[in-house]
Write a protein that binds this ligand. Structure first.
Ligand code: GYE
Length: 343
């Protein structure tokens, strides 16, 4: 009788013990090496392994750009993507790229927070034989073989569009020769979007001696910083006619600061607003006449990057520069873009 009870009980005890050992083994394996699954997947040679170093999450534009690259480089599309967000800090990007190099990824996609300061890490990537694709912003390097291509916007062209729009608007209003007081809210100092947009605008401003650029301040592409900087500018200057804000997020902050001090903005307002990016919320403000013009910057770059990688995989030659399509939106032409804009 006793034996009959003992055997099933023993069997259950052994089974429970075995299961516990397996579970503990699994868990400790995971905690000792949480990247274990990554490694297995990375060695799956059907997937193309890409390290993505995104510079931050400072704006609506950036969120759309991240979304676009993550969707394009998805598993279903044949990629294994390792994503890293640098939170607007160059040292974080350098660390991320070094870690991609040590993981021996197949490609690095990289959006440099500023143009300068990446030469040595890009040399390390080249020495490791890993092709680097620059997305959105450019890096300033002495040897352009340190990256295979750049996919992004022509930032200087965007700045020129802003200046050209202002010149024609002043002409329409018959005030082309009157003095015009301008302040510029700049994006992250030293980033290619800031450099290009500033250069382009200045190029047009140089032909208009009556354009007084009162101040140019760094507001880091963020709403909070721009609101603070705009507040300071309004305390310093009584008579601002035009605000050139180098992205929509800063425009939101600037408009808030202006409103709080009793200024009206836009088409029928006291202060003209020129913005960049053209995200949905800002296009709504263009439609409502609060922002005069929005110079589009297209964040949907993932497909282009994927296309470049596919070409490289097939051994095809690629161009050194791919510019995405972009428009200029005012109240007159904004409606279609507004209805179809997903970001
Ligand atoms: O305009 C801004 C973002 O580099 C083009 O960065 C990009 C800019 C974009 O934070 O919103």
């Amino acid at each position: 009788m006793r034996k009959h009870i003992l055997y099933p009980v023993l069997a259950v005890i052994i089974l429970v013990a075995l299961c516990s050992i397996m579970i503990i083994g699994e868990l400790s394996g995971y905690f000792l090496n949480p990247t274990r699954d990554f490694e297995t997947e990375m060695t799956d040679d059907k997937l193309i392994v890409v390290g993505i170093s995104q510079l931050g999450s400072e704006s609506v534009w950036r969120t759309a750009n991240t979304d676009s690259i993550q969707k394009a480089l998805s598993r279903e599309n044949g990629y294994f993507a390792i994503f890293s967000n640098a939170r607007q800090k160059q040292e974080n990007q350098i660390k991320a790229i070094r870690s991609f190099i040590s993981q021996r990824v197949d490609y690095i996609v990289f959006s440099p927070v500023t143009e300068d300061g990446f030469e040595s890490v890009l040399i390390e990537a080249k020495d490791a034989g890993i092709p680097v694709i620059l997305m959105d912003r450019m890096a300033n390097v002495s040897d352009d073989s340190l990256y295979v291509t750049h996919v992004g916007s022509d930032m200087k062209a965007e700045g020129i569009k802003a200046g050209t729009w202002l010149a024609s608007e002043l002409k329409k209003k018959n005030i082309a020769d009157d003095p015009v007081n301008i302040v510029i809210l700049k994006g992250t100092e030293g980033s290619s979007s800031e450099i290009g947009r500033s250069e382009g605008f200045h190029q047009i401003a140089a032909d208009h001696p009556n354009w007084n650029i009162l101040a140019e301040v760094d507001a880091d592409f963020t709403t909070t910083k721009a609101k603070e900087e705009m507040g300071k500018l309004l305390r310093e200057f009584r008579d601002i006619d035009v605000v050139v804000s180098q992205n929509d997020d800063m425009t939101f902050g600037a408009v808030e600061a202006l409103r709080e001090r009793g200024y009206t903005t836009g088409v029928n307002g006291e202060v003209m607003i020129i913005s960049f990016d053209a995200c949905h919320e800002a296009l709504t403000m263009v439609y409502n006449g609060v922002i005069n013009v929005d110079i589009e910057c297209n964040p949907i770059q993932g497909e282009y990057v994927s296309e470049v990688i596919r070409k490289l995989e097939r051994g095809e030659t690629i161009d050194k520069e791919y510019f995405v399509d972009e428009e200029v939106f005012t109240k007159d032409n904004v409606i279609n873009a507004l209805n179809s804009r997903a970001y």
